[in-house]
Design a protein around this ligand. Structure first.
Ligand code: NAG
Ligand code: NAG
Length: 197
């Protein structure tokens, strides 16, 4: 599946993303909503299991820049640009399991609609899974996805030994409407059309 996914990501590499006014997919198309949120957000809160005293063993949530591709044509895989000098990445070296949270509260959408960030109408997603280093053609895709949306990364200090990683999704949790959280399998998530029109 991973080879298929990276092939899909590489296919998208050639496409030009059309950014448009935020037009969220219908809430019952839960997998599409998840893909939409994952593509719109430029950053995510990532919780790791801390390896640092005095909170060793406790959840530790931290902000990371992410990208699943150009705006409007994401492949669904959140890519990250990381250094082992970073506190949460040190946790991941011990335990790669993590949780990534993204919300349309990070865009203008919820403010414009008058939705509080905790309202389910302000669509947000939680990804469960693990962080996995990527290299080769997938790292090339990750670099394009990240550096086009985070141009400042180009100049980050070379001696920090940056590497590309992906969030390897095991489950997607979606809050996009009343009635409680909905779950989407990775298969459903990656099958969903990233096209929002
Ligand atoms: C590619 O990444 C994997 C981990 O995903 C690693 O085990 C392997 O050594 C890497 N290969 C190179 C050439 O860096
Ligand atoms: C990705 O996660 C799945 C579980 O959802 C796991 O079986 C697989 O080994 C992981 N892949 C890597 C490269 O860690």
């Amino acid at each position: 599946m991973s080879a298929l996914l990276s092939a899909w990501c590489l296919l998208l590499l050639g496409l030009v993303g059309g950014s448009s006014a935020l037009h969220i997919p219908p809430h019952q198309d839960v997998a599409r909503v998840a893909r939409f949120v994952a593509n719109q957000c430029d950053w995510a809160s990532m919780a790791t299991v801390s390896t640092h005293d005095p909170v060793r063993g406790q959840p530790f949530s931290n902000a990371f820049s992410v990208s699943d591709g150009r705006l409007g044509s994401g492949c669904g895989v959140p890519y990250l640009y990381l250094t082992r000098m970073e506190v949460s990445v040190q946790d991941l070296q011990v335990n790669p399991q993590a949780s990534l949270s993204m919300s349309l509260a990070q865009t203008d959408y919820c403010r414009q609609e008058g939705y509080d960030p905790q309202s389910p109408l302000c669509a947000h997603i939680i990804l469960s899974g693990s962080v996995v280093e990527v290299n080769g053609t997938e790292a090339d895709f990750a670099k394009d996805a990240l550096f086009t949306r985070h141009p400042e990364m180009v100049g980050w200090p070379a001696d920090h030994d940056w590497f590309f990683a992906k969030f390897n999704i095991s489950m997607v949790w979606v809050l996009d409407y009343f009635g409680g959280v909905k779950t989407v399998t990775p298969e459903e998530y990656f099958k969903a059309s990233p096209d929002t029109k």
